[in-house]
Every structure is written in C-alpha cells, then in structure tokens.
Ligand binder design. Structure first.
Ligand code: ZN
Length: 184
C-alpha cells in the first residue's frame, strides 16, 4: 500500500491523517474523515467480424495496447473510469468513441471484478464492469496519447498473461470459458 501519499488533513491542514487500511482516512487532530472509496470503471470485450470468414461467431477479439503506465505495452479492453453523473453504459460508449472512434453494437453486461489501479504512487481500488459487444469493422484510428495500437486476436491466440490487469484477465478467462461451454 502506498496510501502514505496522503498525510495532510484537507480540513485543518495538519500532518495528522491516518489510514485505516481499507478506505478511510481520519484526522487525529480535528476528526475529519475522508473516504477513498472504490471507483467504478468499465471495459468491453468487443468482437469484430473476420473478413476471411469461417468463424460463425463474430470473428476476432479486439484488444488495445496500452501506451501509458501503469502496464504500458500490455493489452487492455476499451473502457475507463466512469465519470461522476454518468451511467456505466454511457461511460463505455464515450470511452469507445474516444479511444477507437467507433460505435459498439449489442453491448451487454457480462461480469465485474475488483482491481487495483496504481497511478503516481496512489492505489485506486476499482470495480471494473465488463460488457460484451460487437464492432462492424476494425477501428480505423486509435487515440494517440493513451493507446499504442490494437490487436485483433483469434480466441485461441489470446494469452491471458499479456492482459494488463487481474480483473480483465479473469473476465477474459470467463469469456473464453463461456464460449467453450456454449459451443463445446
Ligand atoms: Zn484535520
């Protein structure tokens, strides 16, 4: 844990903020409580039709290559943090537009998983809401500053250890297993 990044009370300014080890900072001087609660995030497992044909269930799976830390160079799902006032569905559509300039079809809730997102010395506990969906065609462009490109992978070529976060790794494992269950 690196929550010692926060030590000063935002109310009284004293260097007396204590962390309870879960989600609560309490000021020993003035009693102020700051909650560092779980943040909601969303991501999508999107399939893209395979032009080569032959796969009746929607072709390849789209994965993005992360261009920034944490986990730069690892594979990621389109998605991101849900903004205040935003639904998970709206956040996911916004992120897909921003990241790959595309509109996804058939977005359906799939599963959720907890994650720890480390950024500049602070651990953000997230709950990642994962959806499935489809794209009509591969993306024509990706957001340059955050993404280093994308991969379109056959299901059997997806290596879970190349996926950036444990939450997304478990969601992908479940997705691939479900397909085995559905079609095996
Ligand atoms: Zn205080």
């Amino acid at each position: 844990m690196t929550h010692h990044a926060f030590s000063h009370c935002p109310a009284c300014g004293a260097d007396t903020l204590g962390f309870d080890g879960t989600n609560r900072f309490t000021c020993r001087r003035c009693g102020f409580v700051f909650f560092h609660n779980t943040a909601a995030a969303c991501g999508a497992i999107l399939t893209v039709p395979d032009d080569a044909g032959g796969d009746p269930d929607g072709g390849r799976v789209l994965l993005l290559v992360r261009g920034n830390e944490p986990a730069r160079g690892m594979l990621d799902f389109p998605g991101g943090f849900i903004d205040p006032g935003e639904s998970a569905e709206d956040a996911l559509r916004r992120e897909i537009r921003e990241e790959i300039d595309a509109e996804a079809r058939d977005l359906r809730y799939f599963c959720s998983a907890p994650n720890e997102y480390r950024y500049r010395g602070v651990v953000y506990n997230t709950c990642d809401l994962v959806f499935t969906g489809r794209l009509d065609r591969p993306p024509e462009s990706v957001q340059q500053e955050e993404i280093d490109g994308y991969r379109l992978l056959r299901r059997e070529d997806i290596r879970l250890e190349r996926i950036a976060f444990p939450s997304l790794r478990s969601a992908m494992a479940r997705f691939l297993q479900r397909e085995v269950d559905d079609f095996g």
